[in-house]
Design a protein around this ligand. Structure first.
Ligand code: PAF
Length: 266
């Protein structure tokens, strides 16, 4: 292919968040490739691989309307043929947060994304800020492994009430969907407190925790205030950009969300 290639890796069940990545890739590149592959190696045995939402005809229709040039939909056998035994393991940034909650998850993500980069040879690859740790893992892998491409991170796309768009939102019952607004609310409350001068990570974590605990349908998995670049959990106030993040379970559905807070004005 001549011209610049933008890649949008996805697991399908496309929503407005994916389409925003496609639009950004379309605007900046001559060719856009979207991959749809529900990657088995990033799901643990107890996770939702079998029931992960899939609707290829609808996805293809959306991608056709969005002007995508190539849709690559490999099978698990093609990506992981018999004898497969090579993994990409990003160590430190994959340790905490979702990495602690989902052991092995980021090894699966890094491995499949490395393979998709090699198969499609993009100039740019597009990912959503919603999966902040996934972005950090991929950015680290690209630097460490000298992939000749630029990672482009696009803002989280939200529903009208603030809930971050996610393919997993379809699992929520109407009651859980209403309760899930507690997740962005917790981030907004901590961000507002930060803007008003609350600097201690412990206080910011407590603000997020109490917002979630006020919602009876929500079960908190973790809240975090970490350095945005290293994802190291912070114990003391600091001037580096912060990543506020949390994982909350509604029934059997885990939702994650995050917000970056730039350092305070001097
Ligand atoms: O974010 C996703 O949908 C997946 O983790 C990705 C990046 C496509 C890898 O399977």
């Amino acid at each position: 292919m001549t011209g610049r290639v933008g890649l949008v890796p996805t697991m399908g069940a496309l929503h407005a968040g994916h389409l925003a990545l496609v639009a950004a890739a379309r605007a900046a590149n001559d060719h856009v490739i979207v991959t749809i592959f529900v990657n088995p190696t990033q799901f643990a045995a107890n996770e939702d691989l079998a029931k992960y939402p899939r609707d290829l005809p609808h996805d293809l229709e959306l991608l056709r309307s969005a002007g995508v040039d190539v849709v690559f939909t490999p099978t698990p056998d093609l990506m992981y043929p018999a004898g497969f035994q090579t993994w990409v393991d990003v160590i430190e940034v994959a340790k905490g947060l979702e990495g602690a909650r989902r052991p092995g998850h980021f090894r699966g993500v890094a491995t499949v994304v490395a393979k998709l980069f090699n198969l499609t040879q993009p100039d740019e690859a597009y990912f959503g800020q919603k999966d902040a740790q996934q972005v950090a893992v991929i950015q680290r892998m690209v630097r460490d492994m000298n992939f000749p491409l630029r990672v482009v991170v696009c803002p989280t796309v939200r529903e009208a009430d603030g809930l971050a768009m996610s393919s997993r939102n379809v699992y929520l019952t109407p009651e859980q969907r209403a309760a899930a607004v507690a997740v962005p609310k917790a981030l907004r409350a901590a961000a507002a407190a930060y803007a008003a001068g609350t600097r201690h990570p412990k206080d910011l974590r407590e603000i997020m925790m109490s917002e979630v605990e006020n919602e009876p349908a929500a079960a908190l998995e973790y809240v975090s205030v970490a350095a945005a670049d290293s994802l190291v959990e912070l114990e003391l106030p600091t001037d580096v950009p912060l990543l506020l993040s949390l994982s909350v379970r509604f029934g059997t559905t885990h939702l994650i969300d995050n917000q970056i807070l730039p350092p305070p004005e001097p």
